[in-house]
Design a protein around this ligand. Structure first.
Ligand code: PLP
Length: 446
């Protein structure tokens, strides 16, 4: 009766998933807003984007916001905004999407990776200070897979060493750390707003800060048409007004801005629904062998907001060493949809882009092209990052509270845990399918 579906038994889940995983939610109001912008033929202007930036400032409590064409360019602007330049270093967690740090190459700077904490899967503040040198200009903190990073500890270290903090909020828009909005704790927040993220409005990104100089440098870098002498307050930038300092044009598309203005009105209430569904699911699977929920303590005022790409902590020892790939395969076979896959982003330092690739024909790897030392040697202590994939599985990302469906999904998890022994024979794991870099090919082990 409880034969696993992967081994030929009945699927546990009988209810159709319906629209529970559909995202973003697009209504007539989004359609009208986009059509209105289209009919005004304003696609290349900035009016709707400026209105969206005001909405964002109001929502986050930031003084300044700058809409961009994607999150990668928002991060690029944030790095330039913090003064990162040739020969400088930024520090970034070893496990994140590549866009958290890769733009530094274009600034002639490099990246030093810091290990992650095995529970939060965020930059481990205990390992941060050792990575700071006199070249460090900024720390990129990622609130990875919706879990707020340890900002108090990180800010204390950053302030002590006079290093700027960039919060990459691409996984956690609207999330809170001890009651404070993510992206407003460091010197500057930057986020992707592309359709896969929890705050989704097409291809777009945003940077926000209370620091006028960072804001103006970001404008100078990628928004030449807004870089005008009459608006710029930073003295050394004034003589350069109007010039495209970065050589980039990062303007947000007006159709995205129009959609974003509608999305932001409903975002908090939609997140509250996601929150209710995800917490209910985690309560149901909490205590099953082989897994631990990875969620913040809500009583501290921290939240998971949109629960983007959230993962569970996998404990294979409690399931006889069952591989996470076999485990997730068995869960999916029970009829569980919503992206239950093994692993997370592969550690960046293990990829050739951060080891050997000579992107700009320097005759040496780009990672060290402008450095006075070989920062790759500092990658030798990233042990948690290197082992995290096999201890990680993605949770189904529910967008609505459908009690019956969520209970069926939890039941499918329970069924697999109770019958794990049937999965052990022949299980060799499938390391090639533990996470990925999203379009980065993986150096296959020989
Ligand atoms: C998606 C993502 C980005 C990049 O955003 P785009 O809008 O895709 O350019 C940056 N950082 C993280 C952590 C991301 O997940």
């Amino acid at each position: 009766m409880s034969k696993l579906a992967l081994l030929g038994g009945e699927k546990f889940v009988t209810k159709d998933a319906g629209t529970i995983f559909d995202w973003p939610i697009v209504t007539k109001e989004d359609e009208e807003a986009v059509l209105d912008a289209l009919r005004k033929r304003k696609m290349s202007g900035s009016d709707i984007t400026k209105a969206f930036e005001e909405d964002w400032c109001k929502w986050t409590g930031s003084k300044y916001a700058l809409g961009t064409n994607n999150g990668t360019s928002a991060l690029h602007c944030a790095m330039f905004g913090c003064g990162v330049g040739r020969g400088d270093e930024i520090i970034c967690p070893a496990v994140t999407y590549w866009a958290s740090c890769t733009a530094v190459y274009n600034l002639g700077a490099t990246v030093v990776f810091c290990d992650i904490d095995p529970i939060t899967r965020n930059l481990d503040p205990k390992k941060l200070e050792a990575k700071i040198t006199d070249k460090t200009k900024a720390i990129v903190v990622v609130h990875y897979e919706s879990y707020p990073a340890d900002m108090d500890e990180i800010m204390e270290i950053a302030r002590k060493h006079n290093v700027k903090v960039i919060e990459d909020v691409s996984h956690a828009q609207g999330g809170k750390y001890k009651g404070r909005m993510l992206g407003t704790i460091g010197d500057v927040g930057a986020a992707s707003l592309m359709s896969g993220k929890s705050f989704a409005m097409g291809e777009a990104g945003i940077l926000h800060t209370d620091n006028r100089e960072i804001y103006e440098r970001a404008i100078a870098f990628g928004m030449y048409e807004r870089f005008s002498a009459k608006d710029i307050e930073t003295d050394y930038l004034k003589p350069l007004a109007g010039l495209p300092l970065g050589g980039f044009k990062f303007r947000m598309h007006q159709l995205s801005s129009a959609m974003g203005r509608v999305q932001i009105k409903y975002y908090d209430e939609r997140c509250a629904e996601i929150d209710k569904a995800m917490n209910y699911f985690l309560d149901l699977i909490d205590g099953l062998p082989g897994m631990r929920p990875r969620r913040v303590d809500y009583s501290t005022g921290s939240t998971m907001a949109g629960w983007y790409a959230t993962t569970g902590i996998y404990v294979p020892e409690e399931l006889g060493g069952l591989s996470v790939t076999r485990f997730t395969e068995a869960i999916r076979a029970e009829g569980v949809e919503g992206g239950v896959t093994a692993g997370c982003n592969r550690p960046l330092h293990t990829h050739n882009l951060f080891k050997t690739a000579d992107v700009f024909n320097d005759g040496k790897p780009t990672r060290i092209a402008n450095s006075d030392k070989d920062v790759r040697e500092l990658d030798n202590d990233l042990t948690v990052a290197e082992g995290i994939g096999r201890l990680t599985f993605h949770l189904p990302w529910f967008k609505h509270f459908d009690k019956e469906l969520i209970e069926q999904y939890a039941g499918a998890f329970r069924k697999v845990c109770e019958n794990y022994k049937d999965l052990l024979p022949g299980d060799e794991g499938d390391p090639e399918n533990i996470g990925g870099w999203h379009r980065f090919t993986h150096d296959k082990k020989k």
